[in-house]
Design a protein around this ligand. Structure first.
Ligand code: PGA
Length: 279
């Protein structure tokens, strides 16, 4: 479906594999949108883009997301490594965020997620895999340390992002204002509830009730993310369609943090058809 009149800023071309590629109007909306048929294809194509970036520049600095969206993309990267097609030995990675209060070994921490889904299966040296310490005694200091670490690496060459149902990126939640640098974020009720229910299905005893689920997270700020030289935003499923549509075609607003990606000159949005349904 085309955006409503007045917001028609893309020309849609259908390429040979059946996916739509929307070339952006460079003046108005620099975002390139690639629509692929499925979650599997989004994962394959996203992994191929990351693999190509590392092949071109082995000391690539990557920002990396967690959550359900990139899980098969990580599987593809692990398979590429196993087949000798990817080499992470000089790559540096910086995760976008981590829950406050969860130590690196907590099953719901993003440390654990990254170990299970990527770090334990590829040749990325541990000292080159960065993530905020959610269990830091002084979270504000940990934010400063993490921002300085990202800055010392020269900021990401490529930031891979997911998008929340509410349009958050990292844990930059919708609100009256956004923060620029790494900071401690209040998690929205919606974000907490979605994550709590996902964990309850997987492991009912981990968080006995919603009140036990983390209320805060350390996250890269929008400014940190926007300093990346290139951004790849992934989205899959109908539940993301509204947020994707507003991120691409809506006003730039703190009420939908992903809309700030419109201000970046090199964003690729890689979405499956369900997530692209309202574009
Ligand atoms: P999801 O989360 O990949 O689990 O949907 C994305 C996000 O909240 O940024």
């Amino acid at each position: 479906m085309l955006p409503p009149p007045g917001r028609l800023v893309h020309e849609v071309a259908i390429v040979a594999d059946g996916s739509g590629i929307m070339g952006a109007d460079k003046k108005e909306r620099p975002m390139e949108v690639q629509v692929v048929p499925s979650f599997a294809e989004m994962s394959r194509r996203g992994a191929a883009m990351i693999g190509a970036a590392i092949a071109e520049r082995p000391d690539l600095v990557l920002a990396l997301p967690t959550g359900a969206t990139p899980i098969a993309l990580y599987r593809e990267l692990v398979a590429a490594y196993a087949q000798g097609q990817a080499n992470f030995s000089r790559t540096q990675t910086f995760n976008l965020d981590e829950y406050c209060g969860l130590g690196p070994d907590h099953p719901a921490s993003y440390h654990t997620y990254m170990r299970e889904n990527l770090w334990d299966h590829v040749n990325l040296p541990p000292e080159q895999a960065h993530i905020p310490n959610g269990a830091a005694a002084d979270p504000e200091r940990e934010c400063e340390r993490y921002e300085q670490a990202v800055a010392a690496a020269g900021y990401p060459d490529l930031a891979v992002l997911g998008i929340g149902h509410n349009g958050h990126v990292g844990f930059n939640e919708p609100g009256a204002a956004l923060r620029s640098t790494v900071h401690v974020a209040d998690l929205s009720a919606e974000t907490r509830s979605l994550a709590f229910h996902a964990w309850r299905d997987l492991s009912p005893c981990l968080f006995p009730q919603l009140a036990a689920f983390p209320t805060h997270a350390i996250t890269m700020g929008m400014g940190t993310i926007l300093k990346s030289r290139r951004i790849l935003l992934l989205a899959s499923g109908a539940g993301k369609a509204q947020a994707v549509c507003r991120a691409v075609n809506g006003d730039v607003t703190t009420r939908l943090p992903a809309s700030f990606l419109q201000l970046h000159p090199r964003v690729t949005l890689l979405v499956d058809t369900a997530a692209a349904a309202l574009l």
